[in-house]
Design a protein around this ligand. Structure first.
Ligand code: GLA
Length: 410
């Protein structure tokens, strides 16, 4: 069970802020991607896990078609009317629930109004998908109080068993659209998908082309340790879009030469070798990362199924090298963090995770070595960079949904 957010204080804070009880609480987790970086928007493969850091929302409907948002972390209040939802550039954090409410209304949902309190223990800008978690939690909060005209009502009454979400609603797609259109970040589908569909003690093997998914059991002999470099990935926005553009150029190149190519997912290493002399060196590097990374994800799933953790660890290491050299989305601190990690005992693999240019590394560590690993990496990273790293020993968690009675009463 997640213990990071004190549910009792959140409930109490809701009572103080809104003068009544929260009728229900929902939550959505952040994620760490084990392997398959910058492949989702190339219609490729990813292997993320949902983690035990998350966004929790306490909510109660109101009747004046207004939504009041209170951020527990920022101690900040924001309000909007459901009659006309616009972006609020002064309070960008409010754009996630604004976007969710707007798109749900456009899909025919009706809400009478909502008081919402948001609490999160996900660091912002650390590459652990706090945005996707906020979107998914917001979607659940609204759906618990909403009704689709002529459709199924989703009601919080009889709560705390998972309500049936209307089948036609593509919650994951909707949240991604919020990010793309309302918030303005051209992300792929991975983050919203894992925040919605994660499962405890499993990694999610997702084919980002046809959205087929498979839960891959994780062994309990290793821990996933996340090391936050403390460098916020500020460059990510512009560089991320640049990489997307470069990938499109790659698609264009191969489309003219190989039949049936519509994304880099369709190109194999042998194709790349065959045509490399005709490609600009930079384009070649970008394509090599995506093509080889897709192959590494498939190989990783085979390794995990076979219980070959060393093999998996090597693929994780190779992923970092490829992101560093070919895709050029790493940074000095991420590289230092990985180098230090790889010198420790019990480390099977280490690499940057997420979009890059800062944020976190993901490390696969044998259980018995975790404590020493955390101490040594903390100390050496501080010594070499002057930055205090935050290190989390992650637990996998289930995807978005209602905060259950056990936790509510704890
Ligand atoms: C960000 C995006 C994801 C994905 C990763 C890189 O987290 O939101 O869609 O592209 O970067 O793998």
């Amino acid at each position: 069970m997640n213990t990071g957010i004190p549910i009792k204080s959140v409930k109490e804070s809701f009572r103080q802020r809104f003068g009544r009880e929260a009728l229900y609480m929902v939550q959505a987790p952040g994620r760490v991607n084990l392997i398959g970086e910058h492949t989702d928007y190339n219609e490729g493969f990813v292997l993320p896990i949902a983690i035990d850091k998350r966004v929790v929302i306490a909510a109660s409907p109101r009747n004046d078609r207004k939504v009041a948002l209170y951020s527990w972390n920022y101690n900040s209040l924001n309000e909007f009317s459901l009659e006309s939802i616009v972006r609020d550039n002064l309070n960008p954090w409010s754009n996630y629930p604004r976007g969710v409410a707007d798109l749900l209304q456009k899909q025919g949902y009706r809400f009478s109004g909502l008081d919402i309190l948001i609490a999160s223990d996900l660091p912002i800008g650390a590459g652990l998908s706090s945005s996707a978690a906020f979107e998914l939690a917001s979607a659940w909060a609204f759906l618990m109080a909403g009704k689709k005209e002529g459709g199924v009502e989703v009601s919080p009454s009889g709560a705390f068993s998972r309500p049936q979400m209307p089948e036609s609603l593509d919650l994951i797609g909707l949240c991604r659209e919020v990010e793309n259109e309302f918030v303005g970040v051209q992300c792929g589908i991975m983050d919203q998908f894992i925040s919605a569909r994660g499962r405890r003690q499993h990694a999610l093997f997702l084919d980002c082309r046809n959205l087929t998914e498979e839960q891959i059991p994780l062994p309990d002999s290793v821990k996933i340790v996340v090391c936050n470099t403390g460098v916020k990935r500020e460059l990510a926005g512009s560089e991320y879009n640049k990489r997307r553009y470069e990938c499109n150029q790659g698609v264009h190149f191969f489309k003219e030469r190989i039949e049936g190519v519509s994304a880099l997912r369709d190109v194999h290493s042998s194709d790349l070798e065959r045509f490399s002399s005709k490609m600009a060196p930079l384009l070649q590097k970008r394509c090599r990362h995506v093509i080889s990374e897709n192959e590494r994800v498939l190989e990783s799933v085979r390794s995990l199924r076979a219980g070959d953790l060393e093999g998996f660890g090597q693929l994780v290491n190779a992923s970092h090298e490829s992101l560093r050299r070919d895709y050029e989305v790493s940074c000095k601190e991420l590289n230092v963090m990985v180098e230090i990690a790889l010198q420790q005992a019990g480390v099977l693999g280490s690499r940057m995770t997420g979009a890059g240019f800062g944020g976190c590394t993901v490390n696969l560590i044998r259980n018995e070595s975790v404590n020493l690993f955390v101490r040594q990496v903390e100390e050496r990273y501080q010594r070499e960079t002057g930055i205090a790293a935050e290190i989390y020993v992650c637990h996998t968690s289930d995807g978005a949904g209602i905060v259950g009675p056990q936790e509510l009463e704890s």
